[in-house]
Design a protein around this ligand. Structure first.
Ligand code: FRU
Length: 533
């Protein structure tokens, strides 16, 4: 132990037994906090990160008895990807998380890759009882030995169950439960209770397609059909599917939605998540006809066009009275995930989002917005009805008013013309992250080319990220979540989303807008300072 550490420990002990004055004890905790923030320069305030080590995909999310559970791809011993475990965290509101002990460890059959978990309320698996329903998880076993030797069957699906609400897990002795040795990339099973056809459903990624399975007992799985060859974006391997029905907003109609992550081949490079909308008869998924044309025209439709939302899936066992489809993604990109400049931990989750399905003139769209629970943490709110933007640069607010490390900003833009509208957060180190609309060429954008540390990867800020839009509007609402190292922009009620991370040299300090030739209006500006302390 160093001298300073010994002094610190001695002081802590004296404080605990009440032998130092209150002032002295207080002083110690303030300076500890400062040391913590310096060490943890980039650790977000509003987003889940593991205490230490590496994380990628969110896994096995379920809700039960008042708690949202989040498991995550985790390598606790290093800040780069390695032998995968399932880490575990719980929350009563998906905003403030408590990390629990590691849930599932790798074993002689391999690493524990991504997967899902469900609450087996009727004990169909027989692992528990009706009184104490088991939580059943399905994950991919990835066998590194077979990978090395080139043997078939590198990836297969195993199950595990928990009888104490997800805290401890027992692997099923007859694992694996689903195999397909000839397919090399065969992973990421997502289970759902299909209440329409009364069956357990499972979808997984198999190379360039997804395969659907059904089961009565979560142990024996029967192949139903496959989907996706030559449909949608195929710039990389298919991963992390999710499949569920959704009511169409404002209508007495439902459609099935398939989420599907691909790496590489995202709209702005690297990894990203596309989606498909269609119908499912209990066996086969058929794309909606208009949606099929839309994805051909647009080369894929994406849940998020920013570079940093990957492998996202939804929570299971959300009650019918709640009824929301709740989603979270991994806030990074395989292009540079192993190299981002954090030390103690690496990787974080997006803000959890509520998904909804819209139909407009026969076109279906999945929208996502931050979960409503986030605003329970608003500690200060600033509102302005109308701001007329006439100058080239208008500062909307700065650090004297609000702390840029946890903000929820909402407004509507009106009077839009064929022009460029740019919003920026910046600091005195000349770091800038910009986003906005180019209404001349019809795309939304995020530009992090001057956002701070870019040195770790040439791919990080190679180009401005873009999301196309149709352009037939002159008014639009925008919502932005700003954390220390990320920005999540939700356009048009979340019908287009862009999420990106950044590593500025010091905290951001100013929020301003720059305009082209035409004046416009910002209406209903509401800024919430979020405070989780
Ligand atoms: C997606 C992914 C999954 C896999 C996991 C391994 O990011 O590649 O397909 O199960 O990560 O950590």
């Amino acid at each position: 132990m160093t001298k300073i550490a010994i002094k610190k420990h001695a002081k802590l002990l004296l404080c605990t037994i009440g032998l130092l004055t209150l002032f002295n004890c207080k002083e110690s905790s303030v300076s500890d906090k400062k040391a913590y923030t310096e060490e943890e320069l980039y650790r977000p305030n509003l987003h889940f990160t593991p205490k230490k080590g590496w994380t990628n995909d969110p896994n096995g999310m379920f809700y039960y008895n008042g708690y949202y559970h989040l498991f995550f791809q985790h390598y606790p011993d290093s800040n780069v990807w390695g032998p995968m475990h399932w880490g575990h965290a719980i929350s009563t509101d998906m905003v403030r998380w408590t990390e629990k002990p590691i849930a599932i460890y790798p074993d002689e059959k391999g690493y524990i890759f991504s997967g899902s978990a469900i609450v087996d309320l009727k004990n169909t698996s027989g692992f528990g009882s009706l009184k104490n329903p088991p939580i059943v998880a399905m994950f991919t076993y990835h066998d590194p030995k077979k990978e090395k030797t080139g043997e078939p069957g590198v990836q297969s699906q195993g199950i595990a169950y928990s009888l104490d609400e997800g805290l401890t897990w027992k692997k099923y002795e007859k694992n694996p439960v689903v195999e397909f040795p000839s397919i090399k990339d065969f992973r990421d099973p997502k289970m759902t209770w299909d209440n329409i056809h009364k069956q357990w459903l499972m979808v997984l990624a198999a190379g360039n397609k997804t395969i659907f399975y059904s089961s009565k007992n979560l142990k024996d799985w029967e192949k139903l059909s496959d989907f996706g060859e030559n449909i949608g974006a195929h710039g990389g391997v298919w991963e992390c599917p999710d499949f569920f029905p959704m009511m169409v907003n404002g209508k007495d109609e439902y459609k099935w939605v398939l989420l599907l992550s691909i790496n590489p081949g995202g709209p702005n490079g690297g990894s990203a998540t596309q989606y498909f909308v269609g119908d499912f008869d209990g066996k086969t998924f058929v794309l909606d006809k208009t949606f099929a044309k839309d994805i051909e025209n647009k080369k894929g439709i994406w849940i998020d066009y920013g570079k940093d939302n990957y492998a996202g899936v939804t929570w299971s066992n959300i009650s019918e009275t709640d009824g929301r489809k709740l989603f979270v993604g991994w806030m990074s990109n395989w292009e540079y995930a192993n190299k981002v400049p954090t030390e103690k931990w690496r990787g974080s989750m997006t803000i959890p989002r509520e998904l909804s399905l819209f139909e407009e003139n026969g076109h279906y769209k999945v929208a996502s917005l931050p979960i409503r629970e986030l605003l329970n943490y608003a500690s200060k709110t600033i509102k302005k009805d109308v701001i007329r933007i006439k100058d080239n640069k208008t500062v909307l607010f700065d650090k004297s008013l609000l702390d840029f490390s946890s903000l929820d900003i909402q407004f509507t833009l009106d009077n839009l013309k064929k022009d460029i509208y740019t919003f920026s957060i910046s600091n005195s180190a000349n770091n800038v992250v910009s986003f906005g609309l180019n209404k001349k060429e019809n795309y939304f954008f995020i530009d992090r080319k001057k956002s701070g540390d870019l040195s770790f990867s040439d791919d990080f800020a190679k180009q401005i990220s873009k999301a196309p839009f149709s352009g037939d509007f002159n008014k639009i609402d925008i919502r932005i979540i700003v954390d220390k190292t990320s920005i999540e922009v939700f356009y048009d009620n979340g019908k287009t989303v862009m999420t990106e991370i950044f590593f500025s040299d010091k905290p951001m300090e100013q929020f301003y807008v720059t305009k082209g030739n035409s004046d416009f209006k910002i209406e209903n500006l509401t800024i919430n300072q979020l405070n989780l302390n």
